[in-house]
Design a protein around this ligand. Structure first.
Ligand code: HEC
Length: 108
């Protein structure tokens, strides 16, 4: 391998190394915003994700209800604090709702 080839390859490796996690693994900024108010197991401003999963387990409308709460906001279901509408797309709401609901299946 020539020096030039090595430099080209390592440059590609660096580019891939930076772009792969950004596309697939790193939390999106919207996920970070949820975590300001939600944790997995403890109540912060909002209820823990596992408690939400447990509460809606077996509810055939759970997906639709959770998506509406995320997009339009929610109040009075869990406690005194309301959740304001989140700046996320319907596709993101769908992804979050699926992710939360599958937590209940995991804890079996
Ligand atoms: C400013 C704080 C705050 C942020 C940011 C926030 N939540 Fe909430 N969330 C709450 C509170 C408070 C509740 C309880 C609302 C209630 O009692 O109806 C809640 C409730 C929920 C519920 C249950 C809704 C229901 O119908 O029972 C889900 C699901 C949820 N949040 C998901 C998310 C997701 C996903 C995000 C990020 C996109 C997010 N939340 C961002 C505070 C927040």
């Amino acid at each position: 391998m020539t020096l030039k080839t090595a430099i080209v390859l390592s440059t590609w490796a660096a580019l891939l190394g930076l772009s792969v996690p950004a596309a697939h693994a790193a939390p999106s900024s919207s996920e970070e915003s949820c975590r300001a108010c939600h944790a997995m197991d403890t109540t912060k401003v909002g209820p823990p994700f596992r408690a939400i999963a447990a509460r809606y387990r077996g509810d055939p409308d759970a997906l639709a209800k959770l998506k509406r709460s995320m997009l339009d906001g929610s109040s009075g279901k869990w406690g005194a604090a309301p959740m304001p509408p989140n700046a996320i797309t319907p596709a993101e709401a769908d992804r979050f709702a699926h992710w939360i609901l599958q937590l209940a299946a995991q804890s079996d």
